[in-house]
Design a protein around this ligand. Sequence first.
Ligand code: ADP
Ligand code: MG
Length: 230
Amino acid sequence: AEESMIQSEKLSVIGELSAGIIHEIRNPLTSIKGFLQLMQTSEKLNKDYLEIIMREIEQIEKITTELLYFTKPKSDRFTKINLTTIAQESVRLFETQTLKRNIKMCLEADNADDGHCLYGDKTQLKQVFVNLIKNALEATPKGGTISILLSSTANTEEISIQDTGSGIPEPLIHNLGRSFFTTKATGTGLGLMVTYTIVKNHNGSVHVQSEENKGTTFQLSFPKWKQQDD
Ligand code: ADP
Ligand code: MG
C-alpha cells in the first residue's frame, strides 16, 4: 500500500506539472506560429519578427532543459558525494560571468575530517548549486558578492549560498519553489521547484532568509554521509 501511495503521489505531481508545462510551451508556440504566419502573408523576412521567434524558441529551450532532470531515474545512482568538489565545479562554471560583472564569488569550507560528504546523486546535487548560484547572480548588481559556505554539524552537512542582491519581498517568499513562479521577464520559474525536489529526494531541507535591497541566503541542510550508506 505504501508503494502505491508513493507511486500515486508521484503521478499527481507529474500531472500538475505537465498541465503547467503544456501551458508554458504552448504560449511561445502560438506566438511563433503567429509571427511566421505574418511573414508568410507579407512574403518578406522581418528582422523584428525573427527576433521574437528566436526569443520564444529560447524560452521553450530553457523550460525543457530545466525539466530534463525529471526524466532521469535517480536513487539507483546514489553514491558517496564530496560537496566541496561539486561546489568547486559549479563555481567554475560561472567564472566568466562573475568576472564580466565584477561580482566577487567566494567558496569557503570549514575543516571537516571527511571533506563534507553525503549520500546522493552527483548530477542532481550539482544542479542544486548551479540553480542557486544562477539565481544569486541574476539578483546581484555589479560589484556585489556571493558567498558559498560549507560546514557540518554532528549529523548534518550545511550549505549556505548568500548574495548581496535585490532580496525577495516578504509577501512573495511563500511562492518560492512553486512551479512557474517567476518575477523575471524571461524566467521559467522552474529552477527552485527542481532544486527543492532534489533536496527533498536527499532528505534535506531548505531555509530562506531575505531582506529587500540587502540580499538573500539559501541555507540547505542534508544528513551527513554514514559508513552504512554505501
Ligand atoms: P527563475 O529564476 O526562472 O525566475 P526560479 O525558480 O529559479 O525561477 O526562481 C523563482 C523566483 O524566486 C525568481 O524569479 C526570483 O523572484 C526569486 N529568487 C530566487 N532566488 C533569488 C535570489 N537569490 N535573490 C532574489 N530573488 C530570488
Ligand atoms: Mg532561476
